[in-house]
Design a protein. Structure first.
Length: 189
């Protein structure tokens, strides 16, 4: 080959440019610079994680996860109304509310109308009122001391009512009363 001749370069392959040659290996200086930067970032992240700020963030994350688990468990276990009240029992035999024996005089809170006459229960009376009247008779307390608190519709013809009775001297009792709609209106089941 003559001394002043330059070697012939090969023409680029089709689809490639001669200005950007295809290099698969980076120069060693560039690879060393990237590796050094990665090590520096890693050191800073490790220092931040092991420092006071990192400990505080870790505690906050752990507390948040623990509280989230507690809330999810509480929502998963829903309350049932029967957990807050015991079911109402049948009227004991010989009790004035059972229809035997003498009836007690009516309490002024039980009277209705303008002249204090006893109000007859209508067939279309609300189930909460029927449940409260039944539980008052069962417990032997005036109707005015029994309050319906909550009502759950079990079906179109069946309702469950939570009632609260004030028995006096700070004694309160709750009960779930099931009512069914019949031809005569609402009645205790």
């Amino acid at each position: 080959m003559p001394a002043n001749s330059t070697p012939k370069q090969r023409p680029p392959a089709p689809g490639r440019s001669s200005h950007f040659p295809n290099r698969t290996n980076w120069p060693t200086e560039a690879a060393a610079a990237v590796a050094g930067a990665a090590r520096a970032v890693g050191r800073r992240a490790l220092a931040a994680a092991t420092g006071e700020l990192g400990r505080r963030v870790a505690r906050a994350v752990a507390l948040t996860v623990a509280l989230t688990v507690v809330v999810l468990v509480l929502y998963d276990r829903g309350e049932v109304p029967s957990a807050a009240a015991r079911p109402a029992l049948a009227v004991p035999a010989g009790h004035p509310a059972a229809g035997t024996g003498t009836a007690r005089p009516k309490d002024p809170g039980d009277r209705g109308g303008l002249r204090g006459r006893a109000r007859p229960a209508s067939a279309g009376e609300r189930p909460a009122e029927v449940a409260a009247a039944w539980y008052a008779a069962r417990s032997g307390v005036p109707r005015a001391r029994v309050k319906p608190l909550q009502q759950d519709r079990l079906s179109p013809r069946e309702v469950r009512v939570l009632v609260l009775a004030d028995l006096g001297h700070g004694r309160l009792r709750t009960a779930l009363v099931r009512l069914r709609l019949g031809p005569d209106g609402w009645s205790v089941r």
